[in-house]
Design a protein around this ligand. Structure first.
Ligand code: AMP
Length: 214
């Protein structure tokens, strides 16, 4: 099963993708994670994308389509979760072509429904364990006082993303509404769009996604 998790920054796409990876042995393809890995690698591409990401702008279609294409030939396991991709209509068309060429199809596009106030408070409060990527939130799930991650049990650094500040977030939301939200109509027209309420507790949202996927 191949699915897209669609939603604005802070909707919980990464968190839900991790649950699907654990529960259904799927493969998470997060272009944000791939780009963050590229920027820390110090390559020319990494340097180029770092400034774009910090501003909250979108990286070019060509770069992210190339990153996704590289991943589609590997082991498919329980299927791919596209997390943060596609983000433009050009990327959506490219994904359809790529999947067709590889004899695969898209099974569902899960649109996560949230409101902007919730997004801002989630994003400015979030951090992740540097060992295992477990997510924390200053308000709903604070970093453990002993510095030991509750998921992996290791002493960890709890990192905040460079672009999780109010200024970049404003721009990321603007990019979402201008360039990514048209994908809702695009996938609706293709009969693939499924809405899931994204505002509840993590488990409730996961149950909503499970109900849609069957
Ligand atoms: P994310 O981790 O998905 O929130 O992505 C972080 C940043 O990476 C975004 O604000 C963009 O600058 C860049 N990015 C991630 N995925 C894409 C994509 N599909 N297209 C363009 N830029 C992307």
């Amino acid at each position: 099963m191949n699915i897209i998790l669609l939603g604005p920054p802070g909707a919980g796409k990464g968190t839900q993708a991790r649950i699907l990876v654990d529960g259904r042995d799927m493969i998470q393809l997060s272009t944000g994670d791939m780009l963050r890995a590229a920027r820390t690698s110090g390559t020319a591409m990494g340097k180029m994308v770092a400034a774009v990401m910090d501003r909250g702008d979108l990286v070019t279609d060509e770069i992210v389509i190339g990153l996704i294409e590289e991943q589609l030939d590997g082991d498919q396991k329980g299927g791919f979760i596209f997390d943060g991709f596609p983000r433009t209509l050009g990327q959506a068309d490219a994904l359809a072509d790529l999947l067709e060429r590889k004899g695969q199809k898209l099974d569902a596009v899960i649109a996560m429904e949230v409101n902007d106030d919730e997004l801002v408070s989630r994003i400015t409060a979030r951090s992740t364990c540097s060992n295992c990527g477990e997510g924390y939130n200053d308000l709903s799930k604070p970093i453990p006082a002993d510095g030991i991650c509750t998921n992996c049990g290791q002493a960890a650094e709890f990192k905040r993303r460079a672009d999780d500040n109010e200024e970049s977030l404003k721009q990321r939301l603007m990019e979402y509404y201008k360039k990514t939200s048209p994908l809702i109509g695009y996938y609706h027209a293709k009969g693939q769009l499924k809405w899931v309420p994204g505002l509840g507790e993590i488990d409730e949202v996961a149950d909503g996604i499970a109900a849609v996927l069957g």
